[in-house]
Structure formats: C-alpha cells, structure tokens
Design a protein around this ligand. Structure first.
Ligand code: HEC
Ligand code: HEC
Length: 236
C-alpha cells in the first residue's frame, strides 16, 4: 500500500515537472500565418481580393476590438482575446460581429476546433491586438506613401538592396549614382550591362570593392533602375 502511494506521489511530482517544462513560448505571429492565413489576408494595410474567403485579419481585429462590450476600457483587449479564443472553435451567426451582408457573402467561419489549441489561440489573439493597431497602420501607410512618391527606379533600387552600397550623391561602398551617371561613356546600355554582369576596377574610389552581378533581376526592372540612375545626370 505504502509503495503505491509513493509511486502515485512521484508520478504526480514528475508530471508536474513535465508540465512546467512544456510551457514553451508560442510565437503568435507564426501561428497566425500557419493557422489563419489560408482564409484571412494578414497584410497591413490589408490586400483585398474579389474572391477572398474571409475578411482581412486587420478588419477582424479592428472590428472585434471596437464591438466588444465593456464598461472598463482596461478589459477591452482581454475580452477581445477571450472572444477570439471562443469564436475560432465555436463560430456562430449570433456571436459574429460581421454585418449580415458580409456574413452572407463569406459564409460562417468553419470551426477550427482540433486544428488549433487554446494556448495557441491565446498567443495568436495577443499578437493580433498588438500588431493590428491604428498606430501600426498609420506607420505602414506612411512608409507606403513614401515608397509611392519615389520614382519607380529608385523604389526598385531600394527594394533590391542597391542602396545598401550606393547613395545618390555620396560614395559609400560603391560610387555615388550621380557620379555613375556623369561618367563619360556611361550610356544606358552600359549601365544595364554592369547591373546584369557586375563591374570591377572601373572606379578608383571603390578601392577594389566589386559590383556583384544581378542575374536574377528581370530585364524590365533592370532597365527601369538604369533609366533612373541615368536620369540623375540632369539633376542639380
Ligand atoms: C477556412 C477559412 C478560415 C480559417 C482557416 C480561419 N477563418 Fe476566421 N473567419 C472566416 C470567415 C469566412 C469569417 C467571416 C464570417 C464569420 O464571422 O464567421 C471569419 C471570421 C473570423 C472572426 C470573427 C470576426 C467578426 O467580426 O466577428 C474571427 C475572430 C476569426 N475569423 C479569427 C480567425 C483566426 C484567429 C483564425 C486562425 C486560427 C481563423 N479565423 C481562421 C474563415 C476562416
Ligand atoms: C555589395 C555592394 C553593392 C551592391 C549591393 C550594389 N552595388 Fe553597384 N557597385 C558597387 C561597386 C563597388 C561598384 C564599382 C565597381 C567598379 O569599380 O567597377 C558599383 C558600380 C555600379 C554601377 C556603375 C557601373 C558602370 O559600368 O559604371 C552601377 C550602374 C551600379 N553599381 C548599380 C547598382 C544597382 C542597380 C544595384 C542593385 C541592383 C547595385 N549597384 C548594387 C557595389 C554594389
């Protein structure tokens, strides 16, 4: 009898140990991508499509947060998290904050019971209400507006990392793009050729640094970047 007690106690003790070891940190962002992006667009600002399966996640987060009923503002996010944890496993027309029209066009969300645990949902929902905020949306839109205001060639140069080695009017690793544009013999074709195949020892200022070949960039993008660099010749 005594041995059985000792056994049970040590089992409880051991499983207790095991429990604490099991509480690993869950990555809400990654889980959201894995478990929810099949239907919900996760971009900020969101992309919307004609045949989208569900409202973008930003809309869901804004929606849930603002429609949650609470007398105490400090409870708004905890309540919103509780709503998500419940809704995802037990969706229901009367619970949904979606308007009737949207509900009709999307259809009710299929229950994700068995596909996601409550702990995972906790991490997902915490991330949702931290990430999809008005502040982050404004910031993302500011960056997008800045990109949109740039000439397309400059935007492509930024997106393809050219600007980590080049500035418009200052030498860093590579020559200033203005100097490249002004250099004798640098026609548009020469610039396209150098971006495609790389360049070395053409500029004394590079001190042996080389321009890598960008074989993977498509011809259209290379031409657009080269035209932008070339046009800097005429800038004051
Ligand atoms: C198979 C497609 C699908 C998947 C996967 C899916 N959803 Fe949904 N979800 C929908 C649809 C469709 C709606 C809109 C209709 C509704 O409210 O039920 C919706 C609505 C919601 C709503 C309610 C929004 C409101 O305003 O009431 C929440 C919250 C939500 N989803 C969270 C999630 C989370 C979190 C995940 C990932 C764990 C997820 N969904 C995965 C299709 C999906
Ligand atoms: C790792 C650093 C690095 C990156 C990234 C880089 N460059 Fe360069 N680039 C250089 C260096 C160094 C030179 C000067 C090479 C020389 O002396 O011949 C150069 C030269 C050039 C030239 C002048 C070539 C000529 O024939 O006069 C152009 C045009 C150019 N780069 C465009 C680009 C574009 C466009 C990108 C992005 C797609 C890019 N570079 C990315 C380092 C870089």
């Amino acid at each position: 009898m005594k041995t059985i007690w000792v056994l049970t106690l040590s089992l409880i003790f051991l499983s207790g140990c095991f429990e604490t070891k099991k509480t690993v940190h869950l990555d809400g962002k990654k889980l959201l991508e894995q478990k929810c992006s099949k239907c919900h667009n996760l971009d900020l600002p969101p992309k919307t499509f004609e045949d989208e399966k569900a409202p973008p996640m930003m809309a869901v987060a804004f929606h849930v947060r603002s429609f949650i009923k609470t007398g105490d503002e400090s409870q708004r996010v905890p309540k919103a998290i509780a709503f998500v944890k419940d809704y995802v496993v037990a969706p229901n027309v009367s619970k949904s904050f979606c308007d009737k029209e949207s509900l009709k066009s999307y259809g009710l969300m299929p229950s994700q019971k068995g596909k996601v645990t409550q702990d995972e949902l906790q991490a997902i929902a915490e991330y949702m209400f931290k990430h999809f905020t008005q502040k982050n949306l404004d910031e993302a839109q500011r960056i997008e507006n800045r990109l949109n205001a740039m000439p397309k060639g400059e935007r492509l140069a930024l997106q393809n990392n050219c600007l980590s080695c080049h500035k418009v009017d200052k030498h860093i690793v590579g020559p200033a793009f203005k100097n490249v544009a002004m250099r004798e013999g640098n026609t548009l074709e020469v610039l396209v050729h150098s971006i495609q195949n790389g360049s070395k020892q053409k500029y004394a200022s590079s001190k042996g640094a080389i321009m890598p070949a960008f074989k993977k960039l498509n011809d259209g993008d290379i031409k657009t970047i080269a035209e932008w660099i070339h046009s800097l010749k005429y800038e004051k």
